[in-house]
Design a protein around this ligand. Structure first.
Ligand code: NAD
Length: 305
């Protein structure tokens, strides 16, 4: 019974994105970050089964190579804790793939205590927001050239509802670090930047969406002792979705034929939802967050308004 509460597909909630999907992905290239485990690995397998050329992007050399070998794909390594590494990855992808049809920004996570990246940014914000923002911008021209239209799918979380963006303190500096609030805020930024990306690319064939994958049994809590213990119990595992179930919305949003009603939107699994967080609908904040993120990642050229 509890499992069905957490698994929309079991109780049969309505699916409001178009159910017309591109099932044959032959000739298409899909980039999946955080693909060495969990939701990303499950999604990468599904894309490969449908014939896509998959760029398996991961941090762990062993796990990334193993998954790439398993699905006959190419492994690409990156550490999102270093923005220079994100730039190197973008160059590697641009050199290797003449077309990119889907960018799944899925890498993410949270940390027990406040850590800073090599670039001096709070690490949760860098890994979940700044690094994928930079990668997306660096790949955007290639995405816009995709012959059948390209899709950016960002893995957000329903936790974004509890986030609060303070443009003057995106670094979560000062005392009282609360990993949950910091993670929720990072995922709120994902929701806000997805909308802003859709707005800034509205004259191109690129569309974007973000989603909550459900509560998924994965390694996402590896850096939080408390969450690792909570998510590791047998009862908790029985209540959670599998990575394959968590990957379903990602694969669907990446391949759904018609995004005209969902461009820039947030989906709770496959249900198009209006966010309960008022900041998610603040267009001025979205514009400012985009500009601030560009500044923090050293981007000089981003799509205009
Ligand atoms: N598991 C859940 O219940 C849940 C719920 C909501 C959202 N999410 C989100 O789903 C996404 C996938 O998580 P998952 O549950 O599959 O967990 P996971 O830990 O298996 O996957 C996270 C991936 O992100 C990668 N990653 C983390 N830090 C990185 C870094 N510094 N550089 C490069 N890659 C890095 C990891 O290597 C891993 O492949 C994350 O964005 C997570 O926040 C998960």
């Amino acid at each position: 019974m509890y499992a069905s509460l957490l698994n929309p597909q079991i109780v049969g909630w309505s699916i409001v994105v178009s159910d017309r999907v591109k099932t044959d992905l032959q000739g298409r290239t899909v980039v999946v970050t955080g693909a060495s485990s969990g939701i990303g690995a499950a999604a990468a397998r599904r894309f490969a089964e449908r014939g896509a050329e998959v760029a398996v992007v991961g941090r762990s050399p062993e796990r990334t190579a193993a998954l790439a070998r398993e699905i006959g794909a190419q492994a690409h390594l990156v550490d999102y804790g270093r923005l220079t590494d994100v730039r190197r990855l973008a160059e590697e992808l641009l050199a290797r793939y003449p077309r990119i049809d889907v960018l799944a920004n899925n890498a993410g996570g949270f940390f027990n205590s406040r850590k800073e990246s090599e670039d001096g940014h709070e690490l949760t914000f860098q890994v979940n927001v700044l690094a994928p923002f930079l990668l997306t911008n660096l790949l955007l021209d290639r995405l816009a050239e995709a012959p059948d239209g390209a899709r950016v799918v960002n893995t957000a979380s329903m936790d974004h509802g509890k986030g609060h963006l303070d443009l003057d303190n995106l670094n979560s500096a000062g005392g009282g670090y609360n990993w949950r609030r910091v993670y929720s805020t990072a995922k709120l930024a994902t929701v806000v930047l997805t909308q802003e990306l859709a707005r800034r690319t509205r004259d191109t064939s690129v569309t974007a969406a973000c989603f909550h994958p459900g509560v998924v049994a994965s390694n996402v809590a590896r850096d939080s002792t408390m969450m690792r213990v909570l998510m590791g119990t047998r009862l908790a595992k029985a209540m959670m979705s599998t990575p394959e179930q968590g990957a379903e919305p990602l694969v669907h949003l990446a391949t759904t034929a018609d995004m005209s009603t969902g461009n820039g939107a947030y989906f709770n699994r496959l249900v198009h939802e209006k966010s309960a967080n008022a900041q998610a609908a603040d267009a001025q904040l979205a514009q400012q967050l985009w500009e601030r993120s560009a500044q923090l990642t050293g981007l000089t050229a981003t799509p205009g308004v």
